[in-house]
Design a protein around this ligand. Structure first.
Ligand SMILES: Cc1cc2nc3c(=O)[nH]c(=O)nc-3n(C[C@H](O)[C@H](O)[C@H](O)COP(=O)(O)O)c2cc1C
Length: 180
């Protein structure tokens, strides 16, 4: 099963990137998680959408060929970062490559709410006509107070959360298998 992953942070030490890398390794027997190179995307401009940069076409193909989508989003000012919104805008136009793709959302923050507000916005955005990705009701992963949940080398180590994540990923894989 191929999953295209959108990591919503462009910073080097991103916790959301670290979580995605952890998931990539932990679930490698079940899913192939391909992290999309969103940092190569220019700022979306409607003037260019009919003749987009090559990287837009490359990422479109990766999304089209995937069985599902994973979003790992930080929360910026109670919403998703512009970095992630920019990618969603590119892939919502001309070729609607996310239409009907089963999506799973996770998010990590140092604060206690674990990106809950950003994820609510993200679900709403995924539900827009141009995107049309679908999410399972529930199956939510909010990882708050996260600075204690990674070790010094950046590996995710919080056993209770890992057990929970295993269950959510299992639900997601079962669902993708039904709909693909
Ligand atoms: C511009 C900005 C806005 C932020 N707004 C919020 C916020 O609304 N809620 C929150 O819990 N954390 C907020 N944070 C803290 C981020 O959750 C934290 O920096 C997190 O580690 C970012 O994800 P990353 O590690 O994957 O880059 C904000 C950080 C930045 C840089």
């Amino acid at each position: 099963m191929k999953i295209a992953a959108f990591v919503g942070s462009n910073r080097k030490d991103s916790l959301n990137k670290k979580l995605t890398l952890f998931m990539q390794e932990r679930y490698q027997e079940k899913v192939e998680i391909d992290i999309l190179p969103l940092e190569k995307l220019p700022m979306y401009n409607q003037d260019n959408e009919l003749d987009p940069p090559e990287i837009v076409k490359e990422i479109r193909t990766k999304i089209l060929e995937s069985d599902g989508l994973l979003f790992a989003t930080p929360e910026y000012n109670h919403s998703i970062p512009a970095f992630l919104k920019n990618a969603l805008d590119w892939f919502s136009r001309i070729e609607k490559v996310m239409l009907n793709k089963p999506a799973m959302i996770v998010g990590v923050s140092a604060g206690v709410l674990g990106t809950a507000k950003a994820q609510m916005h993200l679900r709403q955005i995924l539900n827009s006509g141009g995107i049309g990705a679908v999410t399972l009701p529930g199956n939510e992963v909010f990882i708050g107070s996260a600075l204690d949940k990674f070790n010094e080398s950046g590996t995710f180590t919080h056993e209770q959360t890992i057990d929970f994540l295993d269950q959510v990923v299992e639900n997601y894989i079962g669902w993708v298998n039904k709909v693909k």
